[in-house]
Design a protein around this ligand. Structure first.
Ligand code: FMN
Length: 365
């Protein structure tokens, strides 16, 4: 009986639910570090709006659909995914667990997910790729002067795409960090920002991100740099149809509909609320990812139904990392994927591309 029960309501595992993982992360991290993770900008209206947006959608059950073994597999920019999930580029990962993105990449590789490797992480692009080469295939970079050099470096390392974060020319007005006088050791952000071999130092990049009044690129400058990337790139932090059109016009291969997990403009609209408009503006063929607020397998289903090809998980992955390193991230990916698979059976969707707009309903209240 236990073996049967285990596949449904596991009894023998450390973390039965995602909520348990969230609580374990809270217990594992110092209060100011947990606030850095949990918090958003300003009054955190967007942070709350991201969750509220998901809670307005309902999934339509499909009785007698005949779907018993749906496939969660898909593909992004020519890369196969066993589950439509990518882990987010979050910087400062060594603050959450000593293994940081090494653990994230290992876990993602084990589950057939992809990992977007951050520029401001604790480990270099090289080390993270070596830890999980099957997953660590997209490198994130900020659109500053050195972006072209980063593209050349990650191309040599075997990365297949670049993720350019376009919504963070300066850090948002992060009120919790301000209240906490949060001042983390910069070495946790210096995996790539070494100041050696032509790479900028962490102080230089933080000087940009933390200084209002520094030089900020426009689309023309990004277009100029991107023309020399020599690899596909996706624009992360697109929240309006106009920005989507602009990014595509200057050569982006794909888009990440994102408000940076509520950490930049507050109050900005929820990513999910903007997704259908951005899909309409971009057309059916442009790869679109969504992040900001994904916490459950149901959220993934809804995001796919409203036009995303796959989702990115920031805090959800980070909770797993903080709770138990690679094993924690692995369990998060497992729980999200198994909930998605369950819903696909119940809603009659045999494949990821079968999860369309007709399968969800916006609730009246
Ligand atoms: C602690 C933390 C650090 C982050 N650092 C970065 C970063 O360096 N670059 C970036 O593009 N996004 C960064 N993000 C944003 C994530 O990539 C992602 O957009 C966001 O977490 C998605 O929302 P979610 O946390 O609700 O899933 C960070 C997020 C968190 C929570």
């Amino acid at each position: 009986m236990t073996a049967q029960l285990d596949s449904f309501y596991p009894t023998g595992v450390t973390f039965g639910t995602l909520d348990e993982i969230h609580r374990a992360a809270a217990a594992a991290l110092p209060a100011d570090v947990f606030d850095f993770v949990e918090g958003g900008a300003g009054q955190e209206i967007t942070l709350r709006a991201n969750r509220a947006a998901f809670e307005r959608w309902r999934i339509l059950p499909e009785p007698m659909s005949g779907v018993g073994a749906p496939s969660t597999a898909t593909e992004l920019l020519g890369m196969p995914l066993a589950t439509p999930i990518l882990t987010a580029p979050f910087g400062g990962d060594g603050l959450f667990h000593p293994d940081g993105h090494l653990a994230v990449a290992r876990a993602a590789a084990g589950r057939g997910a992809l990992a977007i490797v951050p520029e401001a992480g604790s480990y270099s692009y090289r080390r993270v790729r070596e830890a999980g080469p099957a997953a660590a295939r997209i490198a994130q970079v900020h659109p500053f002067a050195h972006a072209g050099a980063v593209a050349a470096q990650v191309r040599r390392l075997g990365y297949q795409a670049l993720c350019v974060t376009v919504d963070c020319p300066v850090g948002g007005f992060r009120t919790r960090n301000m209240g906490n006088r949060f001042d983390p050791d910069q070495r946790f952000f210096a995996g790539n920002l070494t100041g050696a071999d032509g790479a900028p130092g962490v102080a230089e990049v933080f000087g940009q991100l933390l200084k209002r009044g520094a030089t900020v690129w426009n689309w023309d400058q990004l277009a100029e740099a991107a023309s020399r990337f020599g690899m596909p790139w996706i624009a992360k932090g697109v929240l309006t149809p106009a920005a989507a059109e602009k990014a595509l016009e200057i050569g982006a291969t794909g888009l990440v509909v994102s408000n940076h997990g509520g950490r930049q403009v507050d109050p900005a609209p929820a990513s999910l609320d903007m997704l259908p408009r951005i899909r309409a503006a971009a057309g059916p063929d442009v790869p679109i990812l969504l992040d900001s607020g994904i916490r459950t397998g149901a959220d993934i289903f809804v995001a796919l139904a409203l036009g995303a090809d796959a989702v990115i998980i920031g805090r959800s992955a980070l909770y797993g990392l903080a709770a138990a390193g690679a094993a924690g991230v692995d369990r998060v990916l497992e729980l999200l994927t198994e909930e998605l698979r369950t819903l696909m059976i119940l809603a009659g969707a045999a494949t990821v591309s079968d999860i369309g707009r007709a399968r969800v309903l916006k609730a009246d209240s």
